[in-house]
Design a protein around this ligand. Sequence first.
Ligand code: NAP
Length: 279
Amino acid sequence: MKTDKVWFVTGASKGMGLSLVKKLIGEGYRLAATSRESQRLVDAVGHAEGTQFLPLEVDLTSAESIHQAFERTVAHFGKVDVLVNNAGYGIGGAVEEINQEEIKDSFDINVMAVIKTMQSAMPYFRQQQSGNIINISSIAGFAPGIGWAMYAATKYAVTGLSEVMAEDVKEFGVKVTVVAPGAFRTEFLEDSSLVFAKKKIEGYSAIRASHEKYAAMNGTQIGNPEMLAQVLIDLVGNPNPPIRLYLGSDAYSRATEKVNLLAEELENNKQISYSTDFN
Ligand SMILES: NC(=O)c1ccc[n+]([C@@H]2O[C@H](COP(=O)([O-])OP(=O)(O)OC[C@H]3O[C@@H](n4cnc5c(N)ncnc54)[C@H](OP(=O)(O)O)[C@@H]3O)[C@@H](O)[C@H]2O)c1
């Protein structure tokens, strides 16, 4: 397999990012990976900085920190070919429970960091007339679950952004795929990752039940992050990668249900849709 491409992966000290980084190193790729704490990343990966691996301590809320990370990557490896926007976290709660800071923090990481990394990567990709961008959204960015409105808002943003981006950068030979995983067995549902609104308003029983259902799933999620990592590597080897990719049988089922629901709603309301045209 050709391993000449240089990868840049965000949020790599655990979960999917860590699985991907370990697999890339194992297969002989060169890569930069970011974390809030580079030592934690180095310890988790079990590989120090060298000719193959560049661990980077990056503040994903800062455009400057992200920009410098790309400069260091290109200085280290001579180029960058693949951007994987993996960093992200779940945020649960009713819309009226989640405060402005909690909302801003989640959008900063789940959405704004995706925009900032793409802005930093594109000048390199445009210049070399090639590149792959893989944005990790979620099935929540197409078929969301009760109790996760703000998380869904961030992941819908990633989905929409990626779909348009895919068309916008096509003429430069840059390929964009937005990945929508179902439940994967990572640290996503651990207290160290998942955030809930501090404020709790009584009466939201359906939301609490949904959160309990997710908590009970922790450790038994059907998705295997090792397999996901392999799919991401295969995507970059694909000359014609899909723009949208649903991963996990659960994501596939939820997406199918949503597609059917959309088709039904469209048809049921077709007359109303047409009714607003000028005659
Ligand atoms: N697991 C699932 O079921 C699932 C399903 C759908 C989508 N996803 C998405 O998949 C991606 C990876 O998640 P995962 O399942 O691997 O979860 P994870 O095990 O919790 O890992 C998340 C990674 O994101 C980074 N991150 C988390 N919170 C952050 C914050 N506040 N600021 C900066 N970085 C932060 C972390 O980077 P550092 O700690 O290294 O800085 C961490 O390595 C996320 O975008 C998530 O939304 C996950």
